[in-house]
Design a protein around this ligand. Structure first.
Ligand code: 6R9
Length: 661
């Protein structure tokens, strides 16, 4: 609908307020509608005006855009801010250096506890410029793709920003990936330049990253040069292709002319796994991605100038891209680079870091929370966490027990917990409890409210939009937003087939969601995790949630298997907490009782397999796809296991399954 001029004035005024971080919503002229809801409504019904105003205000442009958006979801066509020109590194660095060069940009929480290092915006700009000049001198051009295979460290951030500075795209490959997985991504991205470190250090262990690159090079003939930075003092074998990065950087000028980029030029590729084997290189572009990362960082976490933002994700994942690097730096924040693990040297590591670095917002994954919960409250209580204001969760559903513990113990019951739902594909957070209003109600374990400009819909199996509340369906987005991925590198057809074909005219997330009576969203898990037992639809995550509430249980994974009468049956894998000594048969009965009681009898597991651990990806997600194959006894079909953290876990699971049958 077109806005009348009075409403439009009110709307503009709201946008200016949200931009200035004044979070009081006075919806002048919108009697009877609460301020936040009204603004959200307007950000969807008049998304062009909303995003245009925010983009003008939040980003620094060298040429203003002439077209806000040109999108057609039915064809997978997504373009924002065309005509606009800008440079992402200027937005993340130069403009802050201009106002406050001494502000700390990065705190590098190195693996060795207590050895953190700080880098100001001025220093990060200098590093980025030297590196940008170095890459240019070695022939890296605008439009080229540089693969970065490094742990989370300042030079990795500078590498990403240096690519952005000279107009090259980056392709960060998580430093835990094997040589094969790295090579596959380098080849698919057609990179001729790689940046790495001699060795990585994590959890007290040294990893031979340069050696892994050397191995990958055997099947990457197109790579011309490898820049090698020194994370440790140990020299590594250098070949004719290798360049000592720090040494060469010192020879470069500290001024590097930024490339003037179009809004829709590629900023980066990031590979993620799909339901089929081959990983896909999702493409994000300049202006829309940066704007969305910055805006969500500010409002979802109630970030205020001067806060220290601690996202413990690795830069190899989208969470690291959006909430370690681009979102915080675009907002001029101090961002933490966490190199270690949650239990190194002991389970107090996160909270010791919170105390030492005075972290205000902490953003982590449920898998780590569940792990730490097992070790007990004393590891948390040892440290002063009074600086914490907001706690974030991302990556998978957070079960009620973990949510409560995070809230009650870590946050002392005073910090809001924001469960944030989003994906590599969405570029930034799409559903979270507090897009803005600092007093909004939060329901444990629910992502709850769509962010500004996000228009979620639920679809039934027939492809019809479900309009009522208290209903579940396939989570789709009815409108484009600036942060969404633009294509799959070299495979636009796969992009269309995966995301736009299943529900024509909509972006399909692959997740299922429930919308409560109040209109709040709860993610029920990947849609392929929804099972149908005797005609009843049930999210495996819902069953896991109940199982996890049992005090003896550390974590669980539930999958469906083919059942001759019921269609699908329920199969639960359960990991017990350390030191628990119970009869498995007794505990099984107890768990069945709990599920019957909390959900329904039909949801009660037919099989419960106790396991020492679950197969997980290196980013900590349980690989349910693998578990499903195991319970179907389809060992041939286990598929791509390259992202698996520890292949031995799968063998244990297979043996346990055979015993149970
Ligand atoms: C950011 C990130 C995306 C998938 C997504 C969904 C799951 C992420 C979640 C969540 C429930 C949350 N997921 N956040 N499920 N609640 N708060 O993790 O991106 O690695 O691409 O994974 O992760 O299934 O579809 P990515």
């Amino acid at each position: 609908p077109k806005l009348n001029s009075k409403l439009f004035k009110a709307f503009k005024c709201e946008i200016i307020k949200i931009c200035r971080c004044k979070l009081t919503y006075v919806a002048a002229g919108l009697e009877g509608v609460s301020g936040r809801a009204a603004l959200r409504e307007l950000s969807v019904s008049n998304s062009e005006s909303f995003w245009a105003a925010v983009a003008r205000h939040r980003l620094c442009w060298s040429t203003p855009f002439h077209t806000v958006q040109d999108c057609d979801l039915s064809r997978g066509k997504i373009k924002w801010f065309e005509g606009g020109k800008l440079n992402v590194s200027v937005n993340c660095l130069d403009r802050h250096v201009h106002t406050c060069p001494e502000r700390v940009a990065l705190i590098w929480e190195r693996d060795e506890r207590g050895s953190e290092m700080k880098y100001t915006y001025g220093e990060l700009l200098e590093m980025t410029c030297r590196l940008g000049n170095l890459l240019r001198r070695h022939g890296v051009k605008r439009g080229d793709c540089v693969t970065i295979y490094m742990p989370t460290c300042p030079l990795a951030v500078a590498s990403m920003l240096a690519c952005a500075r000279i107009g090259a795209a980056h392709n960060v490959v998580f430093a835990g990936f094997s040589a094969d997985a790295l090579a596959e991504r380098i080849r698919d991205a057609q990179s001729s330049t790689v940046i790495t470190v001699n060795q990585g250090v994590r959890g007290g262990k040294v990893t031979e990253l340069k050696k892994t690159v050397d191995t990958a090079m055997q099947s990457c003939p197109t790579v011309k040069q490898v820049f090698v930075a020194m994370r440790t003092d140990n020299p590594v074998t250098m070949t004719a292709r290798d360049i000592a990065m720090e040494e060469e950087m010192l020879k470069e000028d500290v001024v590097c002319e930024p490339a003037v980029m179009n809004s829709e030029d590629v900023l980066f590729l990031l590979y993620t796994s799909g339901s089929t084997g081959k990983p896909k290189g999702l493409v994000h572009t300049q202006a829309g991605y940066l704007l969305y990362a910055a805006l969500t960082h500010r409002y979802v976490f109630s970030y205020h100038d001067g806060d220290v933002f601690g996202c413990v994700a690795d830069i190899g994942w989208i969470t690291g891209h959006s909430y370690v690097v681009y979102g915080p730096l675009a907002n001029g924040a101090t961002t933490v680079l966490f190199e270690s693990t949650p239990i190194y040297p002991d389970p107090g590591r996160y909270w010791d870091m919170v105390e030492r670095l005075k972290i205000n917002q902490f953003y982590g994954a449920p898998t780590a929370i569940r792990l730490l919960l097992k070790y007990g409250d004393q590891w948390v209580n040892k440290y002063d966490r009074s600086t914490l204001k907001t706690l974030g969760s991302v990556g998978e559903p957070i079960n009620t027990e973990a949510w409560e513990w995070y809230h009650r113990v870590v946050g002392d019951g005073r910090c809001p917990v924001v469960d944030t739902w989003w994906q590599t594909e969405t570029g930034g957070i799409c559903i979270a409890p507090r897009p803005s209003d600092p007093d909004a109600e939060i329901v444990p374990g629910m992502a709850m409210r769509p962010f500004f400009g996000i228009n979620p819909v639920l679809m039934d199996t027939e492809g019809e939009v479900l309009t009522s509340n208290n209903t579940s369906g396939a989570l789709c987005m009815a409108q484009p937003w600036p942060g969404m991925a633009r294509t799959i590198h070299n495979n636009h057809q796969r992009f269309i087939d995966t995301y736009f074909q299943p529900y024509p005219g909509y972006f399909f997330t692959g997740d299922g969601a429930y919308r409560s009576e109040e209109g709040y969203y709860q993610i029920t898990g990947r849609l392929d995790d929804v099972i149908n037992v005797s005609g009843h639809r049930i999210g495996t995550a819902e069953i896991e949630d109940v199982v996890n509430q049992c005090p003896a249980v550390a974590e669980s994974a539930v999958v469906g298997y083919t059942h001759s009468i019921k269609g699908q049956g329920v199969y639960a894998f359960v990991v017990l907490k350390k030191g628990i000594d119970v009869q498995e048969a007794d505990l099984s009965r107890q768990l069945n009782g709990m599920v019957s009681e909390k959900i329904a009898k039909y949801a009660s597991p037919d099989f419960i397999q106790f396991a020492k651990r679950l197969p997980k990806t290196r980013s900590g997600k349980i690989m349910r796809r693998v578990l499903r194959k195991v319970v179907e006894s389809d060992l041939e079909g286990l598929g791509d296991l390259s992202t698996l953290d520890d292949p031995a876990a799968v063998q244990e699971i297979i043996q346990g399954h055979e015993k149970l049958l």
